[in-house]
Design a protein around this ligand. Structure first.
Ligand code: MG
Ligand code: MG
Length: 641
């Protein structure tokens, strides 16, 4: 698959854009006229810059309001075209994009447009240039790629071809058979393919297109089906991202370009899996990894800070079962849950501690085949992580993840699944408290800044077999937090990504105080929330106090049995209900700057209690401001216990 991206997709000045595009691994770049006009260098300078970075200029665009103009506008339009051709020759590209006319004075008629294109083809041919015609979804007369193709067909000129753009075709919600009809277009008449996805939002087409497009796989449009139809023609030209998105234009040019490259690799993989041997596009890589559960979560801490965290784990009913043979790492277990606390003074964990303080900086996913998952992750541009291991110890495959943390890959079929037996030695925990009935990880909640959400959504859903559910807004007293669920059908992988827009929200406070994104809470599952709550009370665990008003409202809202409501209130247990079932949630107080534990019981319920988040956030914030008031660490510890 030959990859390209339009300069308009990413932020920065033109040189910065080109460098980011090259660094991400693209083969080509579309030069957008405005990017070029805002730059001080000549077209020849831009062409040289691109070529020096190893980039082909795949397209110069846009040329607007060309076809079907009445005289005298028609003659002036051809003069304009000649000037564009001059620029193209200096840039060193042979293809220009003409988008369908939106001018109110333009005249309709397929044959009139075809004749204009034939003449433009003659002029382009004299200079060895080509012209691609694209139907804008809001074009005045031509707004469908099928009509644009008819014009190109009738223009009947070797230098005139079609530009297919997934957004313009799919935003009009044409049916799947019309998408499939693309297969009958001769491949050499498709001059370039532009790709963009978008979230399904009901709004004006033009506004939607100019502000909300995103990378293939990040939105809701059937971009893979569209691309498969094109691949079936045998088309072997560039697939070029053309994405107008306010967030991207304000984001990091390198990160956005990297996301774009990953989105195209993933798209190629999807097409290859659909078409099998019928296409050459897409890399050979293992399929998306099936996740069977969270293998472990590892905290980084220090000798000085760890006892506070250990105290909370013990109160939650965890017991230390083992310690690492060569490093200062303690393993705590309860049910199938494994938590590691790393207080080693060397290595990556220690470096993470220096930046974030005590934090859940690493997570292991237990997959069907760790070697395959690792290979796929690397094929999708994930950054590998290595550090030295002791003799006889396992080298667990790992990639860099949210906030610079680590994502380990383990499985049950190789020794990786037995890392605890290989790398650790058993200890007797004399001071453990009673277990609290915690069974396994229910979900892991990661907090990121809002503009990173799509990055990590694409990261997880391209590497692992998981889907996303629609983003929901969580109301925090300090602003809105966006929440995106990533999960698989069996519920063995449940991740929530919370995107903070400002530091007044709890999520934003967490990012600001922890110096970056990361795991903000771990939710454990019990099958008897009331028994767990009683065991926790015995252990001296302090739950997050929830406002009594919440329970009055709950009783009224769900028509709850007053006895049940009273039990919930006594245990600070939150409750939710959906069409499938019921949900019970209980929270710890925050540890440090906004990290906390959650315990849930699901009775057929599929969600995450979004409606309760505002009450939980308000309670946590109350605690954080009290801690800030009390200040010293000793006082904080007394509140936590
Ligand atoms: Mg386009
Ligand atoms: Mg949660």
């Amino acid at each position: 698959m030959k990859t390209s991206i339009a300069t308009v997709t990413i932020s920065g000045e033109l040189p910065e854009k080109l460098e980011a595009i090259a660094a991400a691994g693209f083969d080509g770049v579309e030069i957008f006229e405005n990017d070029f006009l805002a730059f001080d260098g000549s077209p020849a300078d831009v062409g040289r810059m691109a070529r020096d970075l190893g980039l082909t200029i795949t397209l110069f665009q846009p040329f607007r309001d060309f076809e079907g103009m009445p005289e005298p506008h028609r003659s002036r339009t051809f003069d304009r075209a000649e000037r564009k051709f001059d620029v193209m020759q200096q840039l060193g590209t042979d293809l220009v994009l003409v988008c369908s006319n939106v001018s109110p004075i333009s005249l309709g008629g397929i044959d009139r447009a075809a004749a204009d294109f034939h003449e433009l083809g003659e002029r382009a041919a004299k200079r060895g240039l080509r012209v691609g015609y694209e139907a804008l979804a809001w074009g005045r007369h031509i707004n469908d790629h099928r009509d644009a193709w008819e014009i190109v067909r009738r223009a009947d000129h070797a230098n005139i071809g079609l530009v297919l753009d997934s957004f313009h075709t799919l935003s009009r919600k044409i049916d799947i058979n019309s998408i499939r009809s693309i297969r009958s277009i001769p491949k050499d008449k498709i001059f370039i393919v532009q790709l963009a996805d978008a979230p399904l939002i009901d709004m004006d087409l033009l506004y939607w297109s100019r502000h909300f497009r995103n990378m293939p796989g990040e939105g809701d449009l059937p971009v893979a089906a569209f691309t498969s139809a094109i691949a079936e023609t045998g088309y072997d030209g560039y697939y070029s991202l053309e994405i107008f998105n306010d967030q991207f234009r304000g984001g990091s040019s390198r990160a956005i370009a990297a996301d774009g490259h990953r989105s195209l690799i993933y798209l190629g993989d999807q097409v290859r899996r659909t078409l099998g041997g019928r296409t050459a596009i897409g890399k050979d890589m293992p399929p998306r990894a099936e996740v069977k559960g969270v293998g472990f979560v590892e905290f980084t801490s220090s000798e000085e800070d760890a006892p506070e965290l250990v105290g909370i784990l013990r109160a939650l009913g965890f017991r230390q079962t083992a310690r690492h043979r060569s490093k200062k790492v303690a393993l705590f277990e309860q049910g199938d849950i494994r938590l590691l606390i790393n207080t080693d003074e060397a290595g990556f964990a220690n470096a993470a501690y220096a930046v974030h303080g005590t934090a859940a900086y690493a997570m292991a996913l237990n997959v069907e085949d760790a070697a395959d998952a690792y290979q796929r992750a690397l094929a999708l541009d994930a950054e590998p992580f290595h550090q030295s291991v002791g003799a006889g110890e396992l080298d667990i495959p790992a990639i860099r993840s949210i906030g610079g943390g680590l994502l380990y890959l383990i499985d049950d079929k190789s020794p990786l699944g037995h890392f605890a037996e290989v790398d650790f030695e058993t200890v007797q925990d004399e001071t453990a408290l009673a277990p609290a009935g915690l069974l396994n990880f229910d979900h892991v909640a990661q907090t990121v800044s809002y503009d990173e959400m799509l990055t990590w959504l694409l990261f997880y859903t391209s590497i692992f077999a998981a889907g996303k559910s629609p983003m929901v807004d969580i109301i925090d007293p300090g602003g809105v937090v966006r929440s995106q669920v990533i999960e698989n059908d069996s519920g063995t992988l449940r991740l929530t990504l919370n995107g903070a827009e400002n530091r007044r929200t709890l999520a934003g406070h967490f990012i600001a105080e922890k110096f970056g994104s990361g795991i903000q809470h771990l939710a454990f599952r019990t099958d008897d929330i009331f028994a767990t709550a009683a065991a926790l009370r015995e252990n001296g665990f302090t739950t997050l106090p929830i406002s009594p008003n919440y329970y009055d409202d709950l009783e009224a809202r769900f028509g709850l049995d007053p006895d049940l409501a009273e039990c919930l209130k006594a245990g600070n247990i939150l409750y939710d209900r959906d069409e499938q079932g019921e949900y019970f949630q209980l929270y710890s107080r925050t540890y440090g700057e906004g990290f906390f534990f959650e315990i849930v019981e699901r009775r057929e319920y599929r969600g995450y209690g979004a409606a309760n988040a505002i009450f939980r956030i308000a309670a946590l914030k109350k605690q954080i401001s009290r801690m800030a008031y009390l200040g010293s660490k000793a006082d904080r510890a007394s509140i936590l216990r």
